[in-house]
Design a protein around this ligand. Structure first.
Ligand SMILES: *Cc1c(COP(=O)(O)O)cnc(C)c1O
Length: 366
């Protein structure tokens, strides 16, 4: 009998898997805490305020109808997003998290012989998806842990199909501004799709949010990704969306499973989209928490990467050891050795109480 390994396509066994954080119940038990409530999780850039209450209510009301298949076209969600963003519903495609849309981009544009251009310390999923479709990765060094769009432009080859720009970027928390984006877009050749991943955009003060939707409206080869996982607090439901010219959306739509977005997720996203107050309160909490972290890093003499969004990279020396020591104190952060930044940990901004506890533990650990 042939082994599974022999039967599988030969590059599958060589793919690396994304390592998600462990369930906090598990961590709590292992470390001897009474319950998961004693642990604070500042590891995955989730919304520490929780979901919009309107989203929770919408699921409660909609739960009775879960024997029905969802609306495979996500009609109401697309319509609401289109009107909020000033585009047409045909220019939007919801996905099972924006990560699913990155995979659709892979299905649609990537294969052997083509490459993707990414920044070397950008969101790791772009590389994982490129590998899954056997495309090459051109990793461009960042400048001060910020996307260097001039260098990325220069790195484009005739084989390049997609350039990914995570803005603001995870895990560095840095952002490129309108001027750099516009200069980059002026130079991008016609054979390349530019994907702007704006997972954290709603957490910026509205005046600071760069406008890349104008390129969608101009019909450029641009795909903008957004998500309900961060500012809207719906990470567990898995809802993201792409905004692109109609022709691009029609292609991505062809590689989609008919019911990729479950009905609870559609109801909750629709409700959350109308809850501007929840987003505004979240944004204030994030900005206050960032200022607190920055002040405390300064006080402790710790270097950090100036962040515009809901997490911050702090230079702690041995990141892995500090991660473990924080975990023993019930504070879960993210070590960064996997990103080639072994001296750093990434800390998500939490509630004021959580931030205090995190800093107290950090100050013990370093
Ligand atoms: C969190 C995050 C996402 C969101 O992914 P979902 O699949 O929508 O939860 C996307 N891109 C980046 C860079 C992120 O940090």
């Amino acid at each position: 009998m042939a082994s599974f390994d022999e039967l599988a396509k030969d590059w599958i066994g060589g793919l690396s898997t994304y390592e998600p954080g462990r369930p906090i119940e598990e961590v709590a038990r292992e470390l001897g805490f009474d319950s998961a409530a004693d642990i604070i999780k500042l590891a995955s850039n989730e919304n520490s305020l929780g979901p919009s209450p309107l989203a929770v209510e919408a699921i409660r009301e909609g739960a009775e109808a879960m024997h029905r298949y969802p609306d495979g076209g996500a009609f109401y969600l697309k319509k609401a997003l289109a009107s909020k963003l000033g585009v047409r519903p045909q220019e939007i495609l919801p996905g099972n998290g924006s990560n699913e849309l990155i995979e659709f981009i892979g299905h649609t544009f990537l294969g052997p012989g083509v490459n993707v251009v990414v920044a070397d310390t950008a969101f790791v999923v772009y590389r994982l998806i490129a590998a899954m479709f056997r495309a090459d990765v051109v990793a461009v060094p960042m400048r001060e842990l910020t996307h260097d769009l001039d260098a990325m432009l220069a790195a484009i080859t005739p084989e390049t199909r997609v350039v990914f720009v995570s803005n603001p970027n995870n895990p560095t928390g840095t952002m490129v501004g309108q001027e750099e984006i516009d200069r980059f877009m002026e130079g991008v050749p016609g054979h390349v799709v530019v994907c702007f991943d704006e997972a954290y955009i709603e957490l910026l003060p509205p005046g600071d949010q760069p406008d890349v939707l104008k390129y969608v409206r101009q019909g450029r080869n641009v795909i903008v990704l957004r998500t309900f996982s961060k500012a809207y607090g719906l990470a567990g439901l898995r809802v993201g969306y792409a905004i692109a010219p109609e022709e691009g959306i029609a292609l991505l739509n062809r590689v989609r499973q008919p019911f990729n977005l479950n009905s609870m997720a559609q109801l909750a996203a629709l409700a959350a989209l109308g809850d501007d107050e929840h987003v505004a309160v979240t944004r204030d909490l994030v900005q206050d928490g960032l200022s607190f972290f920055v002040g405390e890093c300064f006080r402790m003499g710790l270097e950090y990467v100036p962040s515009v969004t809901s997490f911050i990279l702090v230079k702690v020396g041995e990141g892995r050891r500090v991660f473990e020591s924080l975990q023993k104190a019930g504070v879960i952060v993210r070590p960064m050795d996997g990103y080639g930044l072994p001296e750093y940990v990434r800390i998500t901004v939490g509630t004021a109480d959580e931030n205090q506890r995190a800093i107290a533990a950090l100050s013990e650990a370093v």
